[in-house]
Design a protein around this ligand. Structure first.
Ligand SMILES: O=P(O)(O)O[C@@H]1C[C@H](O)[C@@H](CO)O1
Ligand SMILES: Nc1nc2[nH]cnc2c(=O)[nH]1
Length: 367
């Protein structure tokens, strides 16, 4: 029997089964062979626009013989090859031709923040199902439409519904629309999200302007840029130290003051976890120790993709729930998506005004 270990509460480890010397008992050669040769599946999460399984490792056992699917040899497809430049270009052409516009600002609406797209004037609406090679939104509060039009004089395109890793989409697929935005002509990405507040100073309904992030999925070796790099998008090794545009953060702070909500505006660090579960108290404690102020399940891979192709980024989190970071914290304070959506609804107006005013400033500065 393979041994397993549990933390004993004081930082060290006890072996509770199998091994008695603190080391793993290892795998038998049969177990090793099975692990090295997982069978493949044809689920959407494993495939690119072509639809066929092109090789993400998957534990689904229905795929048939190891290393092949119905006799066809499986060649692993790295994330970056799921959407080649030409496919992104085709999607962007579809949107530019269909809308007759070249948007300059891209907006991603977070959970319950779809109304950010409702304030767009003269909207041309594209249902995700009708856009070639586009995934579909599966989460409540993410309508699944791309809205192109004008806002405060600027041409904009907004995703009313984003794609999340926990829906089963690889990160490159989640952030693919950012590249579409780039090829449509977008220079500024506005990414918004609903998040849990870890910083004890944050209250439900506050807005945290993101000035940095901790990429937990990246710590685990996952990136939307994984695989061969196409220099038409950006460099092999993009730097991320200045990812969140400081001028836009400062302008947003000024706008918050003008709106009379400065006490509800913070600047902080966001972290994206894979979800769909909310976090344990131990995880939240660890994130707080790492300097994280708010936690969610999105945005980071979109920002990485946007910075890779040199877009200016502005992002904020709407704090929809307070996270417990102590075991003594109120036990009935568990996060849930209904609450996330309900809180977002109550703060839609303030979020829309903040975004509209900031876009107005960008537009006036470039006029
Ligand atoms: O799309 P965002 O990041 O705003 O949505 C957050 C994360 C989950 O999708 C959902 C959990 O309630 O809200
Ligand atoms: N991961 C995570 N995502 C959220 N989205 C809204 N609230 C939360 C939360 O508490 N945790």
């Amino acid at each position: 029997m393979t041994g397993y270990k549990v933390a004993n509460g004081n930082g060290s480890t006890n072996v509770t089964n199998g091994s008695t010397n603190g080391h793993s008992n290892g795998l038998s050669s049969a177990e090793y062979t099975a692990q090295e040769n997982p069978t493949m599946c044809s689920r959407d999460c494993c495939s690119g626009p072509g639809g066929s399984n092109r090789g993400n490792t998957c534990t689904d056992k229905k795929g048939g013989k190891a290393g092949s699917l119905n006799g066809e040899k499986i060649i692993p497809t790295p994330q970056s090859l799921l959407y080649p430049y030409e496919v992104i270009e085709e999607i962007a052409d579809f949107i530019v031709k269909g809308s007759g516009m070249r948007p300059k600002i891209g907006i991603i609406c977070g959970s319950g923040l779809g109304s950010l797209a409702d304030i767009i004037q003269d909207p041309k609406i594209f249902e995700y199902e009708k856009i070639p090679n586009f995934p579909v939104s599966t989460v409540e509060g993410h309508a699944g439409r791309l809205v192109v039009g004008t806002l405060e004089g600027a041409t904009v395109m907004a995703m009313q519904g984003r794609f999340h890793f926990y829906e089963g989409y690889p990160l490159a697929k989640c952030s693919m629309p950012v590249r579409v935005m780039k090829l449509c002509g977008v220079e500024y990405l506005f990414a918004t999200n609903a998040a849990g507040g870890i910083n004890p100073r944050f209250a439900v309904g506050d807005i945290m302007l993101m000035h940095d992030h901790v990429n937990m999925l990246g710590f685990a070796g996952n990136s939307p840029l994984q695989g061969p790099n196409d220099p038409r998008f950006g460099p092999r090794f993009p730097a991320l130290v200045n990812s969140y545009n400081k001028d836009l953060i400062n302008k947003a702070i000024e706008i918050g003051k003008a709106m009379g909500i400065e006490s509800n505006i913070h600047v902080g660090v966001y972290s994206c976890l894979g979800g769909p579960n909310y976090e344990t108290i131990a995880e939240l404690k660890a994130l707080r120790m790492m300097g994280v102020d708010a936690v969610g399940m999105s945005t980071v891979h979109e920002v990485i993709t946007a910075r890779h192709c040199d877009m200016k980024v502005f992002a904020f989190s709407l704090i929809t729930n307070k996270c417990a970071t102590e075991y003594s914290d109120k036990k009935d304070d568990e996060a849930n998506h209904e609450e996330v959506m309900a809180v977002a609804k109550t703060r839609q107006k303030a979020c829309c005004e903040l975004v509209a005013r900031l876009i107005r400033e960008i537009h006036l500065a470039s006029a």
